[in-house]
Design a protein around this ligand. Structure first.
Ligand SMILES: Cc1cc2nc3c(=O)[nH]c(=O)nc-3n(C[C@H](O)[C@H](O)[C@H](O)COP(=O)(O)O)c2cc1C
Length: 371
């Protein structure tokens, strides 16, 4: 009789991230769900996040707007008003009640928007005035239309940096354990980072150092506000979502992590090069290993992971933690399933962004409700 090979389930081993004692390494990836009516987080999010909380598990919130110019999708939450902060509080409390660690992903969409989402119907702001072509939304059905953006003047940039600072302050006021700066996926920060988009000639454009300046000013402001031990950032140097590719993503990623080291932030969360396009996996010769090696803090990877693959990344020391998006969306008890080697529920793409407070949101079954 041959016995099955002993496999260490590294995903289920503890990890100390700064002052946070995580009991396992399965992270809830940030997932926009478009159920925060009028940008206000809703009571149904209490159940949604609490379902996905485990004692000692790390959760990252859906992308949350830093100001009234930050929005580009219907019903995504904000954190720039008192009302938003108050609405987040019971959600954060519910996660804490179950022993979870909860970070708020703070976000500005930049040019991925149109006048309909902007105050007084103004143009969206960006690093550039180049328009985006209409894009099929990730549900594969809707088409998003964009208005030509207005290029921020050099002097205005400080105000946007300050919006991130205030959003971080508000997130702490709401009770979050920290913030994740959304620097990925073609949104405002990425619009500065990537040379396909950034065509500026001032100190925020041109050289790699200049293109990274805005991102690093945001990091500095947020660190100054809440402390480096409570700050993470998400980056996707290899992705080209929303027409935001870079001609040298490896140099960009490396420059960013080396610069981040100077601020001593808690974590860097990077999207795998294989997730170059939204929701699709590509073959790629690239890897995040050089950035993982260069970064001094906790390194979180995301993009196309299953249990086996996540364990492999940990075994090969390519990451400290692995974030799961679609599998966690569809499996509220994902860490438990990984622990028990249980089968997974399938995710339903067509309900990702439904406005419904239950369907496709809090109605995915738990293991013990499956007979
Ligand atoms: C429904 C949905 C919403 C998403 N929303 C966000 C978001 O708000 N912020 C973000 O950084 N990434 C977002 N992503 C990307 C995920 O965090 C993750 O990187 C991506 O799904 C790949 O990981 P996966 O293969 O484990 O799903 C979203 C993805 C999906 C499917």
């Amino acid at each position: 009789m041959t016995s099955a090979p002993i496999q260490t389930n590294l995903l289920m081993t503890p990890y100390k991230m700064g002052k946070f004692n995580l009991s396992h390494r399965v992270v809830l990836a940030p997932l926009t769900r478009q159920r925060s009516y009028n940008n206000v987080p809703q009571p149904h999010a209490i159940l949604y996040y609490s379902q996905r909380t485990s004692n000692g598990g790390l959760l990252i919130s859906e992308a949350t707007g830093v100001s009234d110019t930050a929005q580009g999708y219907p019903d995504t939450p904000g954190i720039w008003t008192k009302e938003h902060v108050e609405a987040w509080k019971p959600i954060v409390d519910a996660v804490h009640a179950k022993g979870g660690v909860f970070f708020c992903q703070i976000w500005h969409v930049g040019r991925v928007s149109n006048a309909g989402f902007q105050p007084n119907g103004q143009a969206p702001i960006s690093s550039t005035d180049k328009s985006l072509t209409p894009q099929t939304r990730s549900n594969g059905i809707d088409v998003a239309e964009f208005d030509p953006p207005r290029r921020l003047s050099t002097d205005e940039i400080v105000q946007v940096v300050n919006d991130f600072r205030l959003a971080a302050r508000n997130a702490m006021e709401a009770g979050f354990d920290g913030v994740e700066i959304h620097g990925a996926h073609g949104y405002l920060i990425d619009q500065f980072l990537k040379d396909e988009v950034n065509d500026r000639t001032d100190k925020y454009g041109g050289s790699l150092e200049n293109r990274c300046r805005f991102a690093l000013e945001v990091v500095e402001a947020v660190v100054d506000e809440v402390g480096a031990d409570k700050v993470g950032i998400r980056l996707s140097p290899f992705a080209n979502y929303m027409e935001s590719s870079d001609s040298n993503p490896e140099a960009l990623g490396l420059h960013m992590v080396e610069s981040l080291n100077k601020y001593g932030i808690l974590y860097c969360h990077m999207v795998e090069p294989r997730m170059k396009k939204v929701g699709e996996m590509d073959e790629t010769p690239h890897s995040l290993v050089p950035m993982r090696k260069a970064f001094n803090g906790t390194f979180i990877v995301a993009g196309g992971y299953n249990k086996e693959d996540g364990n492999k990344a940990l075994a090969e020391n390519r990451a400290d933690l692995v974030a799961y998006g679609r599998h966690f969306l569809a499996n509220p008890d994902l860490p438990k399933r990984f622990e028990l080697n249980a089968p997974l529920n399938k995710y339903h793409r067509e309900t990702f962004y439904l406005s419904d407070p239950v369907k496709g949101y809090t109605d995915y079954p738990f293991l013990d409700t499956i007979s």
